[in-house]
Design a protein around this ligand. Structure first.
Ligand code: SF4
Length: 339
């Protein structure tokens, strides 16, 4: 499929080949949203083995296909021409791309704001951090527990907590003004530690802390029944967390809004920008580096019958479809006229 010549994309998600001639700038979504954000998968390798890694299957399928400098440069130039103003590099672990710093430099040269999602691998090295940080506007560090014991069990590798927290300290030391952000994935095994995780991230200087619900993709799909945090646990614990990091902004990603208590305005459903994600895709008879257009944060989320009558159904994207299938939705607390 490709985007229409007018740039109007009629459905919420489409796949198109990267490399189409520019012609529809800017890209406009079904509700008039302007596409200004690119997510680019730089590599299909990672030194960690996170139990819930949403990219696990894709890394196995595509790690034989390197994301070359030429391919990255082509994607960045195309999207800059089409009005994209910010690029988020992800992976695998983006900092291990052999030309990572040059990639950042090119994105900046093209006028893009640069960010990464990282578990800190290369930024834990002070010399590398010194060279990379000047070209980065923000970094979202993956931290899944308040201690080495909790985080390393999630990341599947000893020493992971030490590396990612060292990377955060390097970033703060080298660029005190840096947009130091953190992402923590909640599972049944670490959710009881979440208040301490948020507190620790606040002390490390995180300005934005994203609490991400487990998604049923990759390792998260394989282990969903074991790893999914319950709606009851989320309703009990999530509303207590903003107070643990008073200087940070908290966002809750993939979480039913009705479980957030008075903090429902911190739902990421209300603070989400359309994006095109460029990565390897399987097409008939070939593998293509292609863009997936997302106009709403509704991937793999549904409104089960329990949401009927909820007054926030138009802005809340609902519950993970896998959760509904495995566990049901008795714990939902639909917003009603009495709120
Ligand atoms: S009841 Fe459904 S639509 Fe309403 S806030 Fe909860 S999950 Fe969202």
């Amino acid at each position: 499929m490709s985007s229409s010549p007018t740039g109007f994309v009629p459905s919420d998600t489409q796949i198109t080949e990267v490399g189409l001639p520019p012609g529809a700038t800017p890209w406009i979504g079904p509700r008039g949203q302007v596409m200004e954000r690119l997510e680019l998968h730089l590599t299909y390798h990672c030194p960690e083995r996170c139990l819930f890694c949403s990219e696990d299957h894709r890394m196995q399928r595509y790690n034989a296909f390197p994301v070359t400098w030429g391919r990255v440069a082509k994607v960045l130039r195309l999207h800059a021409e089409r009005g994209v103003k910010a690029v988020h590099f992800t992976g695998g672990e983006p900092t291990i791309h052999p030309r990572f710093i040059e990639v950042l430099q090119l994105a900046r040269k093209l006028g893009m704001r640069t960010s990464i999602g990282t578990i800190g691998t290369m930024l834990a090295r002070p010399d590398f951090a010194e060279r990379a940080l000047p070209w980065l506007d923000e970094a979202l560090f993956s931290v899944h527990g308040p201690t080495a014991a909790v985080h390393d069990a999630m990341a599947g590798r000893d020493g992971s907590f030490e590396r990612v927290t060292a990377a955060m300290r390097n970033a703060r030391r080298i660029r005190p003004d840096f947009s130091l952000f953190a992402n923590t994935v909640i599972t049944a095994r670490n959710i009881e530690h979440l208040p301490d995780t948020v507190g620790m991230l606040g002390e490390l200087g995180a300005r934005l802390i994203v609490v991400s619900n487990l998604t049923a993709e990759g390792g998260g799909f394989d282990r969903y029944g074991d790893l999914a945090p319950s709606l009851d646990a989320m309703a009990r614990i999530l509303p207590t967390t903003p107070a643990r990091a008073p200087d940070a902004v908290l966002r809750f990603f993939g979480v039913p809004m009705c479980l957030l208590g008075e903090h429902w305005p911190n739902s990421n459903d209300l603070h989400w920008d359309p994006r095109v994600t460029v990565e390897w895709q399987s097409a008939p008879g070939k593998v293509a580096f292609a863009g997936i257009y997302s106009w709403a944060p509704d991937r793999k989320r549904v409104h089960p019958p329990a949401c009927a009558g909820c007054t926030r159904q138009d802005v809340c994207m609902g519950v993970n479809d896998a959760y509904v299938e495995h566990f049901g939705t008795a714990a939902l607390r639909p917003f009603g006229s009495g709120e």
